[in-house]
Ligand binder design. Sequence first.
Ligand code: NDP
Length: 491
Amino acid sequence: MANTQTKLKEVKLFINGEYVESSSQTLFEVKNPATQEIIAKVHEASFEDVDRACEAARQAFEEGPWRTMPLSERCAKIRRMAEIIIERKEELARLEALDVGKPYQVALEREIPRAAENLKFFADFMEHQGGEVYPMDDAYLNYTRYEPVGVAALITPWNLPFMLTTWKLGPCLASGNTAVIKPAEITPLTVSLLGEIAQQAGIPDGVVNVVHGFGVQSAGEFMTTHPEVDLISFTGETTTGKAIMKNGADSLKKVSFELGGKAANIIFEDANLDKAIPVSIQAAFMNSGQVCLAGSRILVQRTILDEFLTRFKEAAAALVVGDPQDAKTNMGPVVSQAHYNKVTSYLSIAEYENSTLIYGGKRPELPVHLSTGYYLQPTIYLQENAQARICQEEIFGPIVTIIPFDTEVEALAIANGTEYGLNAVVWTENLQRAHRISHDVRAGTIWVNCWFVRDLRAPFGGFKKSGVGREGGHHSLEFFTEAKNICIALK
Ligand code: NDP
């Protein structure tokens, strides 16, 4: 078991290579969601602070040396950041578990190493990029260059704070841009260290700045309307994406959005249930269901419904819900009181909609020190009406809905019958059906007989209201660069 003793932290802004206090001296509190203990006081960036961070990033971009240094040197510094993250992985995992309520082991073994990989991958990938050449009748030669855009605003949510921020920071820095980062105000602890880690890796001051604060009429909005910001990479809710797009429109900022999801996890009667059930449990309840890619709508062919319900319920009941710092814990609390209220409001919505409760729906029994934590049992409903609110709205908590279907056509209609299109999962041993469904589901990622497997070269993003643009591999580099064509007269 990791150390659960917490010293109250004071989290400052990181601007132009140094930790600074909020100019307004306004601080907000951050709580441990497992206990409601106050774990940090965070300096809230005023408009002046955000302005200073954006100006520092602008100056670091224009005056260099970041943008102009040899690519191999820039990428070596980014790889050094990745090494420092691994050297500090216990500390980072402990902070992430405290802040988000996710199991320490998951943060330690998966999310923090993946954060390091995000940086290393894009440094390596950038170094291996070529360009295009278009010769014209031996008279002219065109060649392309991919140049940095400028100052990037990187705005991230609270569910995977460190992993998602580095997923943006890697390609942003590898392309030669500078950054102003804003984590979600309820989970700022790990991301607050990124400026310091960049500095330790030898990245020049002003290249990585971190500000803290809220969204509307606060740091988030100040960044997305700031004239020095050229591009915005945002992950969060669909409604926030709409607001940011409007705010960035006046200054025509480039945007990339990774937004909400309500993935269909489709289990056909020929599925290998020995694999489908444990992976579907992960897809439903990992990080307490607070994952954009969660398989939160489980579509089950009616011929295997009884068997699936029995086995899925047993597997959910076997999950250990408890202290995030305990190595045995599979599922912690949800992230905050406000989010707990939102998630648990769906219990009465489900009841009102005549959903059948298969498992959960209550606070689990827990040791006394967790009695004030934001806990809910893994919860399973059965619902025949795919238009019910629990089948349509992103709950973003440990509540999953099972929707029965009879035919492949029906499964496809249900899978496509939401405003989201981030991802889907298909379980079948029939190769042709696997391809058919994968082609016809309107979503950015389809996993067949697996879930959450990521090749960082592959495109990642959403159809419909799940996003704008793609990240991953050259898709990220296209967003973080401007393509330039140079045409040379040869005669
Ligand atoms: P939010 O959209 O509420 O917040 C995300 C970030 O945006 C936070 O830093 C937030 O600040 C900030 N923000 C809020 N309003 C504004 C604004 N008007 N201008 C600028 N910034 C603003 O999302 P959540 O934090 O609640 O995260 C959960 C959501 O993220 C879910 O919908 C989930 O599906 C989605 N998500 C999508 C992923 C994907 O890859 N598609 C991956 C992970 C999550 P603050 O919190 O301080 O208000």
